[in-house]
Each structure stands twice: as C-alpha cells, then as structure tokens.
Ligand binder design. Structure first.
Ligand SMILES: *[C@@H]1O[C@H](CO)[C@@H](O)[C@H](O)[C@H]1NC(C)=O
Ligand SMILES: *[C@@H]1O[C@H](CO)[C@@H](O)[C@H](O)[C@H]1NC(C)=O
Length: 330
C-alpha cells in the first residue's frame, strides 16, 4: 500500500482582517441564515458574515469562469457557507491515515473488456445518501457503503447498516470516532466483532456515544478486505466486477466544499494527501468523451448532484480516487 501522509490540524481557521460587510448583501445574508437555520451569538455573527461573503465571492468568480468554459463544474452557496475551508475540513471529513498494513490485493480477473459505464444504483446496491453532520465519520459511511453493497450481492437484500455502530465501537481498532478513521479498521472491527448492526436498530447520531452493539441486530459479516492496486484501470475493473468500492480523496479545496454539478477536476488536488472517504458507485463517459467516476458522498442530498459528484476519470488519478480503494469480502 502507498503510505499516505496526512496531518490533522487542530487549530481553527481564523479570519485575520477585521470583518467588513457589504451592506447590499444584508437581505441575502438573512435569507441564507433563515434557510439553513443559522443563529449566532452577537460577537460570532460578524466573523461568520465575513466568511460567508468571502465564499460567496469565490463561488461567483468560479461560476463566471465556468460560463466562459474554464471549468467543467459549477459551484453553489450551501449550508457550509459560513465555514472557512479549514473549519470545513475539520468538521466534515475525517479520513485519517495510520501507517501501512498488510492487505490482500485485488487480483484482476483476466477478463477482456469491462463495460464502458457502470452505475450500481440501478441494480439495487446503493442506499439513499446520508448526512454525516458535524462529525468526521466519512470513513464509517464509506465502509458501510461498500459493505452494504457486498451484502446485497450475497443475500439479494439491501439492508442499511449502522455507521454509528462503527463510530462508537471501533476505537480499539484504531478509529477515533468523529475525529476520523480508516475503512480498513472498520472492516477489521466487523470481522473481529462478528457482525454489524442495522442502522434501523442503531441509528446515526453524528456524535461519539458509547458502544451499544447488539448481536441480535446484526445484518452483516466480513471475512476480509481487499485493496485495489492504486491505479484507475484497476479501480475500474474492481467497480465493474465487485460493486461499489470504498475510496479516499483529497477534498481540501473550496471547489469541493461548494461543488454543485458538472465534472469535478481540481488541478490543485493531491493524489496522496487524502482527507475524505467516499463510495465509488460507478463510472462512465460523457457524450463529449470526458470520463468520470460516479461518487457518493455523505454530506446530504443538498450538496452536489443530489449528494453525488462526478469526478474526472483517467486524468492522472485526480484527487487520489484510486490511491486507497478497497472493499470487504463477505
Ligand atoms: C469525539 O471524540 C473525540 C476524541 O475523544 C473528540 O476529540 C471529539 O471532539 C468528539 N467528537 C464529538 C462530536 O463528540
Ligand atoms: C455472521 O456470522 C455468524 C457466525 O458464523 C452467524 O451466526 C451469523 O448468522 C452471521 N450473520 C449474518 C448477518 O450473516
């Protein structure tokens, strides 16, 4: 496995300049606050407003460039509008690398062609998009996503599994609840634990709570997990043959925070410094030949395209989509 370097920063983003506001945006600011149910204490509002105005400007500039054809995707103001990119990353991601481990490696079948496009949502492998909230549990959503898919493959039943069970109970396997984790640790936990509860019996709470695993409510087993070789061709084969695959990406950019639609490509993206875990549910190609990965996020349905993003495919592993991809065996 390629070692991934990732350092969690523990300091909150600070807006250095004294906040100044554009009064012409007052109405829009109030509307945005109402729409997203935001309330601030007095001395907090000025700073939040300044951040929001900054983000708004950045989105506007990006979208102007988009209409000129300089970007393949557009942005939109959303519920994350009052977070600096630094704050956002701390709250909303949560993928942490913890060194290297021995893992089984995906043995590529010697098949000739794989399909030109795949979308596992059409075959019943994928549950609705969820919202991880202000808790860095992306790793749990990603792990559950590929496990649910493999259980569907095995049993023909799509049973949503409990991310909260992983958040609360896999600390001994190296995960740190809302502060981050790794999918491989989650799979190892399910394996050692001998099960994982359904999300109906153990619902998501977006915070660390005490472990309440109940074997009677378990709906999954894991027998091992498989790492995909870190290249996009192998990932394509795995997605085509296995089902939805857990992956990690670099989302440390404004463009990701406010992504709304189109083909995401971020030249600033790293392929090794990954901070967020997602689920690759398919891939395809636009009529103009641009190839993409179909990626499920865990930031609710208001983000992106109903919670999904199309990420550039075969563009030099942009944002590291193929760097840390894996699935559990069941
Ligand atoms: C969860 O626990 C970690 C580690 O104790 C802590 O740093 C974090 O703030 C907690 N998060 C929440 C949302 O409770
Ligand atoms: C998981 O494995 C255990 C032990 O073999 C078995 O009792 C249980 O029924 C299995 N659970 C599922 C959901 O397959």
């Amino acid at each position: 496995m390629i070692p991934i370097l990732f350092l969690a920063t523990l300091c909150l983003g600070v807006v250095s300049a004294a906040p100044t506001h554009d009064p012409s945006l007052d109405a829009e600011w109030h509307e945005w606050k109402t729409q997203h149910g935001k309330t601030y204490v007095m001395d907090e509002e000025g700073q939040k407003r300044a951040v929001w105005e900054n983000n708004r400007k950045m989105i506007e500039l990006h979208n102007e460039d988009y209409t000129k054809g300089k970007h393949g995707f557009h942005l939109e103001m959303n519920a994350f509008g009052d977070l600096t990119n630094t704050e956002f990353r701390q709250l909303m991601t949560g993928f942490q690398s913890m060194g290297t481990t021995e893992m089984n490696v995906f043995q590529e079948p010697r098949l000739g062609d794989v399909p030109k496009s795949v979308d596992w949502r059409k075959h019943g492998y994928v549950t609705p998009v969820k919202d991880q909230g202000s808790c860095g549990a992306c790793w749990a959503f990603s792990a559950v996503g590929s496990l649910v898919g493999q259980m569907f493959w095995k049993t023909g039943k799509l049973v949503p599994l409990s991310e909260q069970n992983l958040v609360d109970c896999s600390w001994s396997h190296g995960n740190i609840g809302c502060h981050g984790g790794l999918m491989q640790n989650a799979f190892q936990y399910v394996m050692d634990n001998g099960g994982l509860d359904t999300s109906e019996s153990y619902p998501y709470e977006s915070r660390n709570t005490t472990c309440r695993y109940n074997p009677e409510n378990s709906a999954a087993n894991v027998t091992g997990f498989v790492k995909i070789p870190a290249n996009e061709y192998s990932l394509m084969k795995a997605v085509a043959i296995v089902g939805p695959i857990s992956a990690a990406i670099d989302t440390k950019h404004h463009s990701f925070q406010f992504y709304r639609g189109g083909m995401y490509y971020e030249p600033e993206c790293s392929s090794s410094n990954l901070d967020h875990a997602v689920l690759v549910v398919g891939y395809g190609e636009e009529s103009d030949g641009r190839k993409y990965w179909l990626v499920k996020n865990s930031w609710g349905t208001y983000w992106g395209m109903n919670g999904y993003i199309k990420m550039a495919r075969d563009r030099n592993n942009n944002c590291g989509i193929a760097t840390y991809a894996m699935y559990p065996t069941v």
